[in-house]
Design a protein around this ligand. Structure first.
Ligand SMILES: [Fe+2]
Ligand SMILES: [Fe+2]
Length: 181
């Protein structure tokens, strides 16, 4: 399938969303959330999600769909691009409110922003998994090997830019999933 690599990314993102839910519960119970958890979550959202995963969709999948005649200024691609921008904005808000929490323990903004992120990204992943990726898998069926290669290439370039590896982010996800128990 053309979207296998992107669906694998979604699985990692979903694990981080579930760790973020656990963070919100701790904060709501007035428990202390270690700075390391917040920093790993921020690294994952700002870099793996915004740079690497969105880069793969925006620079490889969406242009391939555009070549099949799918419009880019309206419809699902335009909608997904807008949602990527919103994802990025909420991630910056999480970073800002984490600093406040780390400095003075005030968690109100941080709880609000993490909850907003979980809701927005859950909806976004649902739309991609069940609509856009279904369309992509059928429209791009005959080029799936080529698309898969391009996605791997874009991923490599993006992670190089970040000076990180996929294993590094997989470890972060594993760490965050463990910490939540
Ligand atoms: Fe997306
Ligand atoms: Fe996605």
């Amino acid at each position: 399938m053309s979207t296998s690599s992107l669906r694998n990314d979604h699985n990692l993102i979903e694990k981080v969303l579930s760790s973020m839910k656990a963070t919100v519960s701790l904060l709501k119970d007035g428990k202390v959330v270690p700075e390391s958890i917040l920093l790993q979550t921020i690294d994952f959202t700002k870099n793996f999600v915004d740079v690497c995963h969105h880069g793969k969709e925006e620079e490889t999948l969406f242009p391939a769909l555009a070549q099949t005649g799918m419009p880019t200024k309206m419809g699902p691609i335009a909608r997904m691009l807008l949602e990527h921008q919103i994802t990025k904005e909420i991630a910056s808000k999480i970073e800002e409110s984490s600093k406040i929490y780390i400095t003075n323990g005030n968690s109100e903004e941080l709880i609000h922003n993490i909850e907003q992120y979980i809701q927005h990204v859950t909806d976004h992943l649902y739309k991609e998994n069940n609509r856009l990726f279904m369309m992509a898998d059928s429209r791009l069926e005959s080029y799936s090997d080529q698309i898969d290669k391009s996605l791997t290439e874009t991923e490599k370039n993006k992670l190089n830019e970040l000076g990180k590896t996929r294993e590094y982010y997989e470890n972060i996800v594993e760490q965050l999933s463990k910490d939540q128990n």
